[in-house]
Ligand binder design. Sequence first.
Ligand SMILES: [Zn+2]
Length: 418
Amino acid sequence: MEEIDENSEVICYGPDYLELANELVNVTSDRILHNFMMWKLLDSVAYYLSDPFRDQYTKFHNLLDGKSGKRERWKECQDECNIVFDMAVGAMFVREAFSEDDKAEVEVMIQDIKDAYIDELPNIDWMDDESRSKAEAKAKLMGYEIGYPDYILNTTELDARWEGFEVNRTQFFVNRMSFHRHRNEGTMKWIFKEPNPDEWYLPPQIVNAYYDPTTNNMTFLAGILQSPMYNPRYTMAFNYGAIGMVMGHELTHGFDTIGGMYNHEGALIPGGWYTEETTEGFLNETECVVDLYNSYCMPPWTDLGCIDGELTKSENIADLGGIKQAFYAYNNYYLARNLDVGLIPGFRSNDEVLFLAFSQGWCNKYTTEYLEQMLVSDPHSPAMYRVIGPLSNFEEFGSLYGCTTNDEMNREDKCSVW
Ligand SMILES: [Zn+2]
């Protein structure tokens, strides 16, 4: 393993944070620092200890999250397996729940989303031609992974991942500690290596998707390619509205505040790859998004205040772009290939199905306590505004539903980054 010393080059994403944290450490008493460190350690291991520890742990976290009661033992065991044997559980899941046909259809959808994004580029008035052609090249070269990494269906390769990892039947805590050691050793092996575009950061059974700026690659896990986000038997307007929007969202991350720093090959470009003029235009548009989401507040009885527009700006930009790309991908590409698509009874058009599927995907229920934590720490906006924000800023939505100008769902001064 290579040594890290003061001459090792590292990328620091938040130099301001480190400086401020340093200051904070200097002005905080030793007693508080000591307690904080002990607390962080205890909080991370108490769950794996005997009942008295676990009971206190549950009590504390229930209070924090606004929950009550204990989780059933079988659920805890399942969660634990899911974390420790992530890809192995994933292999069992995909054999059961994901097919090659699904993969082929999803691939076509991603291509449509990319094309929809590229088609819109000439209409982006804050971009100059140079930045626009770089954006086009980056979108074209953006890779994607669908479902699961192939190696997990190869038992030998899969077993190799847990080589040296000891499990015993009676000691939960010891197992957890050896898992941490095993995983950390694995992570350390990556230091100083080129990013591997074939490495998956999450196992396929997780309901999620992500964009990795260092490889210019999107990943859609098999877990999110399930109902109600995607189902090969659903009408495609539904699939474009639900998973198609997620695809647009991930693609847009390639061009947000972070994506703008990494080029088409995933190389970090100091100052970003937009021209100075375009950067200024981008920041102007971003300002609109920040102000808009700052104005989105929680119900008054919760006393929780409003969204932090600055904290959530990248995700909001991705949401605003994602629904547009999904809409245009469906209308301009999917429908162009499939002239005779039916209509679900009760709907006036498939666009209604698309918007409904999008909204349904974010149907959520939060406890007040959870929402409180989310507002200060989650870069995503609470789910209701992940629907209201993008739809009320999208021309096509307002006209489809005949909203009057400056209706709540049809803002007069629309924020539009992409
Ligand atoms: Zn995102």
